[in-house]
Design a protein around this ligand. Structure first.
Ligand code: PMV
Length: 343
């Protein structure tokens, strides 16, 4: 078994078609297919090394501008539990009992609707598979995406490949995985994240997924989104920005209706988010500046535009009193092995 140090880098991704709710909470099977673009400006870097001298796994994480913190195994936080469960699961597949040292850092705020779990969990899973010598499961991207799903973050599945990726919901472990629609060089779209509030959200997406089925609108959403999934796929392949933009905005609003009508209700957007959504709609109608908004489980607004409009859209977003700063992203590669180790 390989015990050298391994480092990977993995991007966040922005969902054009969102997943919300699950079929199965043990296998983390998403309730619907989703489609996303990888984000070049929002990365997690993770280094892992097996260490036979350790009596416990040592996990150190650094979120954006905060100091490194050690994760504790018994904790109430679902995501931290999922991290340890993923370590134990992959170690068992590898037939090992050696402890692992992991160091991981994000270059963007976590838990604020910028898909930090997507980049962190895909990076964690890649680092674990590689350090435990399961290279085949990393190289086969379908298998890798299934392994990522088992850590509990559905969006993370879409970070394993570059560019534009669809996550197939599936009904069993074997038919729920990611497929690439087009790679990162296909279409230079921009996602400008307007940060209105970088703080951690109150209702985690894990808690949110559990309550999704209490919304009377979940099944309506699943029905009405089916043609949109097909249109979104087509719009990406045809590079039809107006068609894509309509899919993006409609799907975000549709998901937030489910979120707001579930029990307990999850209102992820705030006054700043609404102000930006209205502004972006006004730019389209009055100035012919084509940009579209989408929000995940947080108040920060992802504004999608074509590359020639990036400077203008960024300038306008930064002029809003609600916007603290912006992060500009283009499609990029999925999870990649790199040489620069964190320890
Ligand atoms: O990746 P999760 O399981 O934490 O869920 C995130 C879901 C959304 O970001 C709200 C939508 C999506 O498809 O990314």
């Amino acid at each position: 078994m390989s015990n050298h140090k391994i480092t990977v880098q993995s991007p966040a991704n922005i969902a054009f078609i969102k997943y919300w709710g699950r079929y199965d909470h043990q296998l983390f099977l998403p309730r619907n297919n989703s489609i996303s673009m990888t984000m070049s400006g929002c990365m997690t870097t993770t280094t892992a090394e097996l260490d036979s001298k350790l009596t416990e796994d040592l996990i150190e994480v650094k979120f954006f501008d905060q100091p490194y913190q050690k994760l504790i195994r018994r904790t109430e936080e679902i995501k931290q539990e999922n991290i340890f469960a993923q370590i134990d699961r992959i170690r068992k597949i590898a037939g090992s009992n050696v402890k692992v040292h992991i160091k991981s850092e994000n270059n963007f705020p976590a838990d604020a609707g910028i898909a930090s779990s997507a980049s962190s969990f895909s990076a964690l899973t890649a680092a674990l598979l590689l350090v435990f010598g399961l290279h085949d499961k990393f190289e086969d991207k379908i298998e890798f995406s299934k392994q990522v799903r088992m850590c509990g973050s559905g969006s993370a599945i879409r970070s394993v490949m570059g560019g534009f990726v669809e996550m197939l919901s599936g009904k069993t472990h074997d038919d729920s995985y990611a497929v690439q629609i087009a790679d990162q060089n296909h279409w230079q779209l921009t996602d400008i994240v307007a940060i209105v509030n970088p703080e951690k959200k109150k209702i985690s997406s894990s808690q949110g997924h559990l309550a999704a089925q209490t919304s009377p609108y979940l099944e309506t959403r699943i029905q009405e989104m089916q043609p949109r999934i097909k249109q979104c796929r087509e719009a990406i392949l045809q590079k039809d920005f107006s068609k894509l933009g309509q899919c993006i905005e409609q799907d975000s609003i549709s998901m937030h209706i489910v979120m707001m009508t579930q029990n307990p209700p999850a209102f992820y957007w705030g006054p700043g988010s609404i102000s930006i959504i209205k502004e972006v709609m006004r730019w389209r109608e009055e100035d012919g500046l084509e940009a579209y908004c989408t929000l995940d489980a947080g108040p920060n607004v992802h504004v999608i535009c074509q590359s020639q409009d990036t400077t203008e859209v960024k300038k306008r977003l930064e002029a809003s009193p609600f916007v603290k700063w912006t992060i500009v992203n283009q499609p990029c590669a999925g999870t990649t092995i790199i040489d620069q180790h964190l320890f």
